[in-house]
Design a protein around this ligand. Sequence first.
Ligand code: ADP
Ligand code: MG
Ligand code: MG
Length: 247
Amino acid sequence: MLSIENLSATVADKPILKGLSLTIGAGEVHAIMGPNGAGKSTLGYVLGGRPGYEVAGGSVEFAGQDLLALDPHERAAAGLFLGFQYPVEIPGVSFVQFLRESLNAQRKARGEGPLSGGEFLKLAREKAALLRMDMDMLKRSVNVGFSGGEKKRAEMVQMGILDPKLAILDETDSGLDIDALRIVGDGINSVMRRPDKAVLLITHYQRLLDYVKPDFVHVLAGGRIVRTGGPELALELEEHGYEAVAA
Ligand code: ADP
Ligand code: MG
Ligand code: MG
């Protein structure tokens, strides 16, 4: 699904990723943990194609394509979903409208026709029900006045509707209470825990991993993956800290 080889990247001319390699297979959930400033978010941004995050070397193959050669919207259309810590608010644009436009833009980039209003609403209702989100919430402006938990639930509905192959979720658990954490965990499991999909969870803490059990846990430090293990590695990190484990 995703094969990152020897990836180097700079931000504001500063080398951040320094030869990072990581392979994610279909059906797998991977977690990346690591100290503050290690480059975890940078990795997410580089994979998403965010301006200002310059690739200096290495390669990334995603679903058989050269990911780094694609524009950000082409990456999304190819099945890459990025969830970030701080969801944007868009006053005046309803979530339903926003989701329909996002989905139809992706369909267009794949050479598929748009869904009609009726078809889209049917899909939106189905995904909202799956994630126990009130349809009335989706009629409100994107994220405006949403609580932390509601934003996350809306993001999970968005992920369900866009139906990506690979979801990269950066600190999606930060600042969430236990109930919201469960929503995110259930959302990831119900939408993404499938043999043809994969998930990369970037997280500081072990607690999200109680809800979404990773197949692999990696430690990112100094711009590369310095250790890989199973779920027990996350517990070890929680107990002993990054320095002890990554050294
Ligand atoms: P993490 O997510 O692991 O905490 P980041 O990827 O956010 O780490 O940051 C890695 C390093 O890159 C840090 O030293 C940070 O200061 C630097 N960095 C990130 N974004 C920028 C930016 N836009 N301009 C300058 N430096 C940045
Ligand atoms: Mg950080
Ligand atoms: Mg970060």
